[in-house]
Design a protein around this ligand. Structure first.
Ligand code: TMP
Length: 231
């Protein structure tokens, strides 16, 4: 069975990932492809419980190492329960955040460094890497303002408090931003960086261009496996 395609979206809070994931899923759906859409932290029953601990601003005193361990606990569960089975079934998986978030937020923001994140990823996540990562980096000030506003609205509407990270100082988010850029420079083949204050439509166009290219490459790779096994 050929492996499916693993796509992740990354960015600061308020970078517009959620909107873009919905648009991407709709675009794929119109082409007869039903992606498995999931998010981290969350996306499984256990993961949703871990998400509550991690994002609720009443979770005070969470040590940075505990925070990172919980992120990986959530991820290991999501890989076992959702991501790997879907990839094994040849599906396209679209995941809102993955290990780049841990590298950016815990490695960069909390200053734990990249090395420990990458090592934990190797051990706990079977070193599973996305085929394509879309990194949205609109201007720093705009994303932060949007994220803080959105969380106030979500809390008013649902009573859910998910702003533990947004309450961090700007310097924390700056470090997250820098680490994301570092990842993009380090892994240009995997990470497609979409920068600047573009419109939702413009960002969508760039995303589908990158996704269409990867789907095509995956199809070519599959066709060549089939033809070589037939000879
Ligand atoms: P979101 O689901 O609304 O994007 O929020 C998830 C928050 O959790 C966001 O502030 C980023 C943070 N986060 C980490 O700090 N590390 C991680 O590994 C992940 C997946 C998320």
């Amino acid at each position: 069975m050929p492996r499916g395609l693993f796509i992740t979206l990354e960015g600061l809070d308020g970078s517009g990932k959620t909107t873009q994931i919905k648009r991407l899923a709709a675009w794929l759906g119109k082409r007869g492809i039903q992606p498995v859409v999931t998010r981290q932290p969350g996306g499984t029953t256990i993961g949703d419980r871990i998400r509550e601990i991690l994002l609720d601003s009443r979770s005070t005193g969470l040590a940075p190492m505990t925070e990172m361990a919980l992120m990986f606990g959530d991820r290991a569960q999501a890989i076992a329960e959702v991501i790997q089975p879907a990839l094994d079934a040849g599906k396209i998986v679209v995941c809102d955040r993955f290990t780049d978030s841990t590298e950016a937020y815990q490695g960069g923001g909390r200053e734990l460094g990249s090395a420990i994140v990458l090592e934990l990823h190797r051990v706990l996540c079977g070193d599973l890497h996305p085929d394509l990562t879309i990194l949205l980096l609109p201007s720093f000030d705009a994303s932060l303002a949007r994220a803080r506003h959105r969380n106030t609205r979500v809390e008013q509407q649902t009573g859910k408090n998910e702003d533990r990270f947004e309450q961090e100082q700007d310097a924390f988010h700056r470090r997250v931003w820098e680490k994301y850029r570092e990842i993009a420079v380090r892994e240009p083949d995997r990470v497609v960086l979409i920068e600047g204050d573009l419109t939702i439509d413009e960002i969508h166009e760039q995303i589908i261009e990158a996704v269409a290219e990867r789907i095509l490459l995956a199809e070519i790779a599959r066709a060549s496996v089939v033809s070589s096994s037939a000879t």
